[in-house]
Design a protein. Structure first.
Length: 272
């Protein structure tokens, strides 16, 4: 299976529960992205890798009825889920099934291109950014969100316990590219600059993610890319691994009694 096909299959599998298990994660990240790029009424915006629409629907609200918000995603089920979410909110974005590496739009179509937690999944992030730049009008803006530093205690205790038992799985998106451009603000700024953008800048969000209990954390982890680790555990070992991971989750309980982790989100922006 090709890399892009594997991503589509993974996100088809999580589409029904993605951003739908009662954990405040994708929504604050989406609003932080739009705060960084500041869409204006009447503008034309593209959300690359729109998923269920956390960014897309908020973008539609900000550009208003005189503007345009279009989302593209490689996962058919994500596109379907975004369409249902849009119908429920009354926002009417455009939705396209397609590849983030080569969005099917004419040059100079958009005033802004945004993409949230997508770039590190792509086989050639630099080429993707160059393709997105071509879609912008002169003076148009790009803004992408990626993962910054992640709660070390949670990573070493919970995530490593789960990963250790997975027979096969691709790296966790939160730690992908630890030695590459995704490892630092400067690395991301350089990646965006090398794609031909000017006026490069970084905005940060420190997000506290809280779960009701270990069961909710598992539901959340099954609704995001981490699902692949659960699927890579042999079925006859699953119950024992679950118990071990839940023990690790309890070991990370904070002094105030809550369960969760801290995640820094990095927003890197530029203009054409």
């Amino acid at each position: 299976m090709g890399e892009r096909s594997a991503v589509a299959v993974l996100f088809d599998a999580v589409a029904e529960t993605y951003d739908a298990v009662g954990v405040d994660f994708f929504q604050p990240i989406a609003h932080g992205l739009l705060d960084a790029v500041r869409p204006m009424p009447g503008e034309r915006g593209l959300d690359v890798g729109c998923g269920r629409g956390a960014v897309l629907l908020a973008l539609g609200g900000r550009v208003g009825p005189t503007g345009t918000a279009i989302g593209i995603d490689i996962s058919p089920r994500m596109v379907e889920s975004a369409a249902r979410a849009a119908a429920a909110t009354g926002v009417r974005p455009g939705l396209v099934l397609g590849d983030a590496m080569d969005p099917p739009f004419a040059p100079a179509t958009f005033d802004l291109v945004v993409s949230s937690l997508v770039l590190f999944f792509l086989p050639d992030p630099a080429q993707a950014l160059r393709a997105w730049r071509d879609l912008l009008v002169p003076g148009g803006r790009v803004c992408v969100s990626t993962f910054g530093p992640y709660d070390e205690r949670w990573r070493e205790t919970v995530d490593e316990t789960l990963r250790r038992h997975a027979t096969t799985a691709t790296p966790d998106a939160r730690t992908t590219g630890a030695a590459g451009p995704f490892a630092s603000d400067a690395g991301m700024e350089g990646l965006v600059a090398d794609a031909g953008f000017d006026d490069i800048g970084t905005t940060l969000l420190d997000l506290r993610v809280v779960f009701d209990d270990a069961e909710q954390w598992q539901r959340w982890s099954m609704s995001v890319g981490q699902r692949q680790f659960w699927q890579a555990i042999p079925p006859d070992r699953l119950a024992d691994v679950r118990d071990e991971v839940f023990t690790a989750v309890e070991q990370c309980r904070h002094d105030d009694g809550t369960i969760g982790f801290h995640q820094r989100i990095r927003y890197t922006s530029g203009s054409r």
